[in-house]
Design a protein around this ligand. Structure first.
Ligand SMILES: *[C@@H]1O[C@H](CO)[C@@H](O)[C@H](O)[C@H]1NC(C)=O
Ligand SMILES: *[C@@H]1O[C@H](CO)[C@@H](O)[C@H](O)[C@H]1NC(C)=O
Ligand SMILES: *[C@@H]1O[C@H](CO)[C@@H](O)[C@H](O)[C@H]1NC(C)=O
Ligand SMILES: *[C@@H]1O[C@H](CO)[C@@H](O)[C@H](O)[C@H]1NC(C)=O
Ligand SMILES: *[C@@H]1O[C@H](CO)[C@@H](O)[C@H](O)[C@H]1NC(C)=O
Ligand SMILES: *[C@@H]1O[C@H](CO)[C@@H](O)[C@H](O)[C@H]1NC(C)=O
Ligand SMILES: *[C@@H]1O[C@H](CO)[C@@H](O)[C@H](O)[C@H]1NC(C)=O
Length: 651
């Protein structure tokens, strides 16, 4: 037993050693197109993969795509230089920039940078590269080939040029494409080729595959990249919009970085000798450590084993590290208390984090802990709270997340009018659209379908720009897409007020029960009322006694406008507001088969299709449910609905 663990350790050290070696060697990848399975390979900020391309700024039509900055980087860094030697690279990518205003704005850039995230206020003319403060300072650490589509500051040559930017928004060289008959933001594919041979950087562009030909050279410039960038950089794209907008797509991307010249034999020695030493010592110490640990009875092999089974799980933290980060879980760092335990703010490696300490008393604690790590640990979506890592030591279950400066949505909705005034109609729409994208991704975009099962305002977090991120996957369940017949899951849990009527009868979570909860949340966000809101003391059954009923009543009386949160002070588009409320009601249809899928919800929100019809009279809840009457039921299986009462654990 001890030996097998020692071997495991040896093996993982060997893997690490190999990784170090490949990193020195080269970085090479090829995306002939993009789809959702590429999310784990990318670091996306305010960007997403849709329509076969990376949308470097969001492409949500009908909602605000103005004043955005986005960044999309390849996840693995590239070793650009080392000991005075510099790497070389070739990259070819196809971009399609489509102006939504005349002219479009602002542009897209191919970048090499050490920063995963865009600086604040880098939308507009800043192309997501730098902002007013970091422009031309050494802190920005970014080299870019910009495809600028608008003349937005005096330094810009025109509204259709390519430039080379070194830690600055002003280009050291720029060349207009107009004389070549190429308009960057014209909705057509543009093939670009950037080459760095260690001395010169050159850019070629063409509409055709003849991009490598000399006549397609835009510029070539001698430059020592190591003077501007650290040793290891990320490669990728940034883009921005202002009041002038465009869709910034990258449709394909190939990158090839060649190894740094050097004495490889020596290098090999440098890697092997220390590795072997580390291996031997590691195995010895590992053996001793494990023996002492198993004596103390502290290992929890089943948690470790279960987490080992899920591919590429997030980082494992040490309890010691997290104690230091949170001031030993000091009350002054406490952010809040949820159903599963307390959440603390911390600082780790200069970055703000949120640490959830899962309560020992939470009876499902361990299951929820594992569920959270295995479901969201591998997901990457800008509207899902990012799980950075976990820790299980000395009976402490800890989860580490990115820190959300604005806390949870319920705080803003229900804590008095002052904070509520931050929630303008635009912000609310943005929150709803963001969440619907997250849920659509969970339902249809992942390899395995995921049901969230506990959608509610307090599980929605807001980042510094009030973008919504869905969190708390403690109750989530993964479901194999292929096993469509098992698209529901038992041992129902959830929060009263958000639970679909059929849950009270069959105790099952389905995609439709998630849609119901999302519908309630939409109504809540627009009206600023809690889901259990009741107009008068009505003596009704559990599921009738709710915001849904109240809104259906207003809708029947033709006064649905009155539902708008007074906090918005009538500063909203009435038609838009009504259409969102009706969509919310459609999601809360008592008959699960009549609820729209998240795909449809998203299409309605983006204006691609009109809202579903909602009967003015709230339909009676019937069980078993009536079969679907329209085609929006790709995943509904009426047959699976007929089940007798099962366990029900409302929280
Ligand atoms: C994504 O594209 C890759 C090839 O580029 C393909 O193998 C894979 O099946 C695609 N995945 C989905 C979910 O479409
Ligand atoms: C880049 O392309 C050129 C021409 O095709 C080739 O000679 C060179 O070796 C390539 N460099 C790298 C790093 O792939
Ligand atoms: C895009 O720009 C062209 C001119 O370059 C203009 O004719 C067209 O109206 C613009 N598109 C939009 C949606 O404004
Ligand atoms: C950026 O910094 C450079 C150098 O300090 C300066 O010349 C330029 O005007 C700045 N650009 C903008 C748009 O502020
Ligand atoms: C470029 O993108 C626009 C909008 O997404 C699309 O309408 C157009 O067909 C695309 N062009 C090509 C050549 O694919
Ligand atoms: C780099 O470009 C300059 C012109 O800008 C050219 O004279 C020189 O030969 C090029 N060097 C290499 C190594 O290609
Ligand atoms: C963008 O438009 C808004 C509203 O029309 C206006 O108040 C603002 O000044 C504009 N911003 C810029 C940079 O033009």
């Amino acid at each position: 037993m001890r030996f097998s663990i020692a071997w495991k350790l040896l093996f993982s050290l060997l893997t690490i050693a190999c990784k170090i070696e490949t990193q020195v060697k080269c970085l090479e990848f090829d995306f002939p197109g993009f789809n959702v399975s590429d999310y784990p390979k990318m670091i996306l900020e305010n960007s997403l993969i849709s329509l076969g391309a990376i949308q470097v700024t969001p492409d949500v039509r009908g909602f605000s795509i103005a004043n955005q900055a986005g960044r999309a980087l390849y996840k693995k860094p590239f070793t650009l230089w080392r000991k005075g030697k510099i790497a070389t690279f070739n990259t070819t990518f196809v971009i399609n920039i489509s102006n939504q205003t005349d002219p479009g704005g602002e542009g897209l850039a191919f970048v090499l940078t050490s920063e995963k995230t865009a600086p604040h206020d880098s939308s507009g003319m800043w192309l997501g590269l730098v902002n007013e403060k970091t422009n031309m300072t050494r802190t920005s650490r970014i080299v870019a080939v910009e495809f600028d589509t608008r003349k937005s500051h005096p330094g810009d040559l025109d509204g259709n040029h390519i430039g080379l930017n070194l830690n600055s928004i002003d280009s050291v060289v720029q060349e207009s494409l107009s004389s070549r008959g190429i308009m960057i933001s014209s909705k057509d594919d543009l093939i670009a080729h950037v080459r760095y041979d260690g001395k010169n950087i050159s850019v070629h562009v063409s509409r055709n595959l003849d991009v490598y030909e000399q006549r397609n050279l835009v510029f070539s410039r001698a430059i020592d990249l190591s003077a501007y960038l650290p040793k290891r950089v990320y490669v990728g794209f940034t883009a921005s919009t202002s009041n002038f907008t465009e869709l910034n797509c990258v449709k394909s991307w190939r990158f090839e970085g060649l190894e740094i010249d050097g004495d490889r034999k020596l290098l090999w020695l440098w890697i092997t000798i220390p590795s072997v030493c580390v291996l031997v010592i590691g195995a010895f110490l590992g053996g001793l450590y494990l023996r002492s640990r198993s004596k103390a009875g502290e290992t929890n092999p089943d948690i470790e084993a279960e987490l080992d089974n899920c591919a590429a799980n997030p980082q494992k933290f040490k309890l010691r590290e997290l104690k230091r980060a949170t001031g030993n879980f000091g009350v002054e760092n406490k952010l809040g208390q949820g159903g599963f335990g307390m959440v603390f703010k911390g600082k780790w490696q200069g970055r703000d984090i949120a640490v959830k300490r899962v309560s020992e008393k939470s009876h499902q604690g361990k299951q929820e802990f594992i569920s959270e790590i295995t479901t969201i640990g591998n997901l990457n979506h800008r509207n899902l709270v990012k799980l950075l890592g976990w820790c299980y030591e000395r009976k402490e279950y800890l989860l580490v997340y990115e820190f959300m400066p604005n806390g949870s949505l319920d705080r803003y909705l229900f804590l008095g009018d002052t904070s509520r005034s931050n929630l303008t109609w635009e912000t609310r729409k943005n929150i709803i659209t963001g969440l619907s994208q997250a849920l659509e991704y969970l339902h249809n975009g992942c390899e395995k379908r995921i049901l969230h099962r506990d959608i509610k305002a307090s599980n929605v977090m807001l980042d510094s720009d009030f973008n919504a991120k869905l969190g708390d996957f403690g109750l989530a369940r993964m479901i194999q897409q292929s096993e469509m017949t098992h698209h529901s899951t038992k041992e129902i849990a959830g929060t009263p007020g958000y639970m679909a009527p059929e849950t009270f009868l069959n105790g099952r979570a389905t995609v439709e029960t998630d849609v119901y909860a999302f519908g309630v949340l939409m109504l809540e966000v627009v009206s600023g009322k809690k889901p259990s809101y009741v107009l008068v003391k009505e003596n009704q059954t559990n599921y009738n006694n709710s915001i849904v009923n109240w809104l259906w009543e207003l809708y029947r009386n033709g006064t649905i406008r009155d539902a708008a949160d007074p906090g918005m002070e009538s500063l909203f588009d009435e038609e838009e507001m009504k259409s969102v409320l009706l969509l919310g009601l459609a999601c809360c249809h008592p008959n699960p088969n009549q609820r729209p899928s998240m795909k449809t919800v998203l299409k309605v929100l983006t204006g691609e299709t009109s809202p579903p019809d909602v009967p003015t009279e709230r339909p009676a809840f019937m069980w078993p449910a009536m079969p679907p009457s329209f085609s929006d039921t790709e995943y509904s299986l009426p047959g699976s609905q007929i089940h007798s009462l099962t366990e029900l654990t409302g929280r």
